[in-house]
Design a protein around this ligand. Sequence first.
Ligand SMILES: NC(=O)C1=CN([C@@H]2O[C@H](COP(=O)(O)OP(=O)(O)OC[C@H]3O[C@@H](n4cnc5c(N)ncnc54)[C@H](OP(=O)(O)O)[C@@H]3O)[C@@H](O)[C@H]2O)C=CC1
Ligand SMILES: O=C(O)[C@@H]1CCC=N1
Length: 282
Amino acid sequence: MQALAGLKVGFIGGGAMGGALATGLVRSGRVAPEQVLVSDVCAERLAELSRVLGIKTLSDNRFLAREADIIVLAVKPDQIRPVLEEIADLVHPGQTLISIAAGVPLAELQRWVGKAVPVVRVMPNTPALVGEGASAYVLGSHAGSRDAGRAEALLSAVGRVVRVAKEELLDAVTGLSGSGPAYIYLVIEALAEGGVRMGLSWRDALLLAAQTVLGAAKMVLVSEEHPSVLKDRVMTPAGTTVEGLFVLEERGVRAAFIEAVKAAALRAEAIRLGRNGKGGKD
Ligand SMILES: NC(=O)C1=CN([C@@H]2O[C@H](COP(=O)(O)OP(=O)(O)OC[C@H]3O[C@@H](n4cnc5c(N)ncnc54)[C@H](OP(=O)(O)O)[C@@H]3O)[C@@H](O)[C@H]2O)C=CC1
Ligand SMILES: O=C(O)[C@@H]1CCC=N1
């Protein structure tokens, strides 16, 4: 991947999301393990990432900020400001700062870093770990095509990526694909329980449920047909599928998913606007 050639990618925070991105990136083969650095306050997490991926890990965010060309801020939203203030004097316009924090606006990121360095806001998701992430990004005012290229190269190595036209849309992305894997795990668990209820072993039911979700998703992406067309192809008149679908519609499952995305997106918006009642951001 040309945009990442010879560059060092540093992750500050190697937890659920930072660890998933670092792992997906190394496993993609688009960068060598020597190009990836992770710093974290948790020594066990660092030891595990270093052991599994063969990457350099460290407990010193400032050392990482000196070394990395792309710095991914992957700590919890309330830790973004202290981390940025910790490294602000070291960062320079040759670097690209990428924040993956939910609800932390570009204007704040730029203010905390205090100088004209390129900042990109990204909303990824955890399936990046297995190369099937879904991410969206928006550029800050000092970021240009070089930084967009770097962000796209990084994110396309671990899944699919879209650029959104304005920052506010990242709230919707957060509600849909950022939080979305959790909704789908719930669906898979429920489908499997349905199978168990009707006599399957948990092991068989879980495999069938997960593979069905994977297969259906792949059909949508590969065929590029509208999901309703694909749905119709599964239904036989007076058959089984229409009975199942009727129950889902009757119970309001479609509306429940639409409302779930809205609720999560509104929460992201509330954090971004500082209307935070639950300790997500200071
Ligand atoms: N999880 C997800 O699905 C997604 C998360 N995000 C965003 O990613 C970010 C990280 O979330 P997530 O990975 O879930 O969180 P985690 O708590 O799993 O990971 C954060 C890591 O950063 C460490 N850390 C805390 N303070 C510092 C510091 N000052 N310097 C270096 N490392 C530090 C934490 O250590 P310790 O645990 O010891 O505090 C932890 O290991 C958040 O901003 C979130 O909004 C975005 C999309 C999806
Ligand atoms: O739940 C959260 O706030 C984070 C952001 C998107 C997914 N997890």
